[in-house]
Ligand binder design. Structure first.
Ligand SMILES: [Zn+2]
Ligand SMILES: [Zn+2]
Length: 170
């Protein structure tokens, strides 16, 4: 069974356990969660944009990844990918990064909603782990592999891959 290790940055609490449970359910991976936390270093920070470059961040985090595992990092900083104003996550070289920054309703001027917030993090985590396992973007609106242009897309989709994507996994 393929192994996935989940790590989280300092401020994120029990969320990693929820994410791990759902990933186990969806992808049947051997998922472990690091007890400690890590700090996002300033190396990937772009001072002009006031955001972290997700590609650099994933490359930095790849040094924490063992050869026999995949790594999922939950971070609270705002991230972008080249060509995009922002992104919710990225996956490359066995490392997935999910940013919770724009997943909290508070970011959109709405009251904090813990269950919605957690559900969004779970969906984006399942999306990026799908990429780690070789899945690409899917047009099915409810499929977790649908690309989220903005938060509404995340709310519409579910945390499960559609039947076609599941078939590709097997
Ligand atoms: Zn994607
Ligand atoms: Zn799909």
């Amino acid at each position: 069974m393929r192994k996935l290790r989940v790590i989280r940055s300092t401020v994120l609490g029990s969320i990693a356990e929820d994410v791990a449970e759902r990933i186990k359910e969806v992808y049947r991976l051997d998922v472990t969660v690091d007890e400690g936390t890590f700090s996002v270093t300033p190396q990937s920070f772009n001072a002009l944009r006031r955001q972290h470059n997700a590609v650099s961040l994933a490359e930095i985090l790849s040094k924490m990844k063992g050869d026999d595992e995949l790594l999922l990092a939950l971070v609270d900083v705002d991230i972008y990918a080249p060509g995009l104003n922002y992104c919710f996550g990225i996956a490359l070289k066995g490392v997935a990064v999910v940013s919770t920054y724009r997943l909290d309703p508070k970011f959109y001027g709405l009251p904090h909603d813990e269950s919605l917030y957690r559900e969004r993090i779970i969906k984006e985590a399942c999306h990026e782990v799908g990429h780690l396992l070789g899945l690409q973007h899917c047009h099915e609106p409810k499929c977790v592999m649908r690309f989220s242009n903005w938060i509404y897309d995340t709310d519409v989709k579910g945390y499960m891959p559609c039947a076609r994507c599941l078939k590709k996994l097997r």
